[in-house]
Design a protein around this ligand. Sequence first.
Ligand code: XUL
Ligand code: CO
Length: 438
Amino acid sequence: MSDDYFPDVEQILYEGPDSGNPLAFKHYNPIEQVEGKPMAEHLRFSVAYWHSFCNGGADPFGSETRQMPWISGSPMDQARNKVNACFEFCRKLGVSFYCFHDRDVAPEGDSLKETNKNLDKIVEMLAERQEQTGIRPLWGTACLFSHPRFMHGAATSCNADVFAYAAAQVAKAIEVTHTLGGQGYVFWGGREGYKSLLNTDMARELDHLAKFLHMAVEHKHKIGFKGQLYIEPKPKEPTKHQYDFDAAACHAFLQKYDLDGELKLNVEANHATLAGHDFHHELTYAAANDMLGSVDANRGDLLLGWDTDQFPTNLYDTTLAMMSILSAGGFSTGGLNFDAHVTRESIDPVDLFHAHIGGMDAFARGLKIASAMRADGVLSDFVKQRYVSWDTGVGADIEAGKVGFEELSRYMLDKGEPEPNASGRVEMLENAINEYIR
Ligand code: XUL
Ligand code: CO
């Protein structure tokens, strides 16, 4: 087993809240039971291949700032090195899952045939390392946005050949994810949207996107892939308007095209804030519609209008996120994938450990706080009481579909005025949450 890239880092262990060791967990204890399940099973953490092993810190204003030791040799050498770096990293961090795009793990060749050959070689190596470590993909995906051929989109391109190329690429990516025992497959609509409506046939593009997803569903069943398919909402970037804007837009799209039985949502924190929502809203919306599948865990900078993909550290956010996830019954195929990169000024391999440890501890605390609040019924008792008028009388009759406008008109004309409203007690509830976030 290669131990080449992080020689100074030992296995990261749980040392408890009093530990002063920055390379230890203070809150994430994988075997600790919460609501009858070990933390590791609740949280199902995953490392994002692209951010951790491919990202050199470039931004729109400057070139890469870090040269990670695995970036050396030919493109195929680098691909092999990255496999070793990924498995050494996940093993030392104690994380059982990784997520990848096809082009993160293996480089493009001169033709699609050659590209697929490159991918097959690296997939063989990934399978070997998986066998040795038990680490598996949480999900795979295809990069349909970096290469210039996708300048007008992939499934929504005006160029039918590009649609065909994307179909061939996704077919292969699903096959590879299946081979590697992936738990799911994600569609993030990289450039599926528009820059200008002046040159865009929106209705036609949406139909094409749906056709593409139907083909993917058909292919998945044909090859016997049992993983869950997900669509990942994002409102903008790289296009001005992405079609998969937010959870509600994705849900409506999937329903319109009869795809909602086949795809769930992969909700990302930073995409929620870009859409003008908060993470809690998007998770709750997805859960309320039985669409919550998996999560891309990160955070944006609310002062910046783009996808900064920072590691999650905000306990208020992780607590409310875990409230939604626990209330929805937890993950089955999904998990918490750190779709996050270290900042441009963090240039050492060890920074990847600090970043992930912080994110894992932040979610472990969120899980424990949310679970304590659930046990004490802090929000749920209040919410239940707030809707008590629906449990009997006219409320129960409305919910049961026993009355219509006629009956309700008679009821209100007799009664005159509704029962008085009670206070929403928002401040009291906010204070109660702060009592738990210690
Ligand atoms: C882009 C993004 C992607 C997807 C996978 O904003 O979140 O990394 O998660 O393609
Ligand atoms: Co993402």
